[in-house]
Design a protein around this ligand. Structure first.
Ligand code: MLT
Length: 207
């Protein structure tokens, strides 16, 4: 395990393919949680998996919330910049110049916030079961950045309207959004993995 400034406990697994995958776990996960998913999504790609720095009842998260689905926006903004700075440092340290974020639940929400506040640090993002993290006063210019929103039509935490709202917001900012619903709840399924894999391949055709 390594540390970088700002300090995030994290795992880095080297690889030759680009982009690398920035893996962002859900509430209660850690830097190990999404490694198997990352390996399966893009074999041979470098994986960078930080642990969220906020603890909620001992469960790591990437930013504070006031209640289920109600986010502490100043904390979210601060943590988004911290994560973006960490990623910039990690890119230099590990020699990886292009990243796609793969975020699940709370990790999807901070990935969405990275797109809205610090889009220069990621080339694309798969948001698995996301919500609208925040609505910035001024939208960024996402200039066709590829974004997948993988939603569950029976998700009690991220309702279908919420997934459509994230998609609409990112489209307004100019992202190339694909919104995919599956017959599922909040948890990830084999279908989510297959959808994400296919989208990653289409967004990054091998030369
Ligand atoms: C979670 O449990 O992670 C939430 O539903 C999403 C969030 O709080 O960011």
């Amino acid at each position: 395990m390594n540390t970088l400034s700002p300090e995030f406990r994290h795992l880095f697994i080297p690889g030759q393919r680009r982009p690398g995958l920035l893996l962002l776990h859900g509430t209660g996960g850690d830097e190990n949680s999404l490694i198997p998913l990352g390996r399966c999504l893009r074999p041979g790609a470098p994986l960078l998996s930080p642990r969220g720095r906020v603890l909620e009842n001992d469960m790591p998260r990437f930013f504070r919330r006031l209640a289920e689905g109600i986010f502490d926006e100043p904390d979210l903004i601060r943590r988004t910049h911290e994560l973006a700075d960490f990623l910039t440092g990690a890119s230099g340290k590990y020699g990886v110049d292009q990243w796609f974020a793969i975020g699940y639940s709370n990790g999807a929400n901070i990935a969405g916030s990275l797109l809205l506040l610090r889009p220069e640090v990621i080339a694309g993002a798969a948001l698995l079961r996301p919500m609208v993290p925040l609505v910035p006063e001024k939208l960024p210019a996402l200039n066709g950045k590829p974004v997948l929103i993988a939603a569950g039509s029976r998700d009690p935490i991220c309702a279908p309207e919420e997934s459509r709202a994230v998609a609409a917001l990112l489209k307004r900012a100019g992202a190339k959004v694909r919104l995919e619903f599956e017959d599922a709840e909040h948890g990830l399924t084999e279908t989510t993995v297959a959808t994400t894999q296919r989208w990653l391949e289409e967004a990054n055709p091998e030369k």
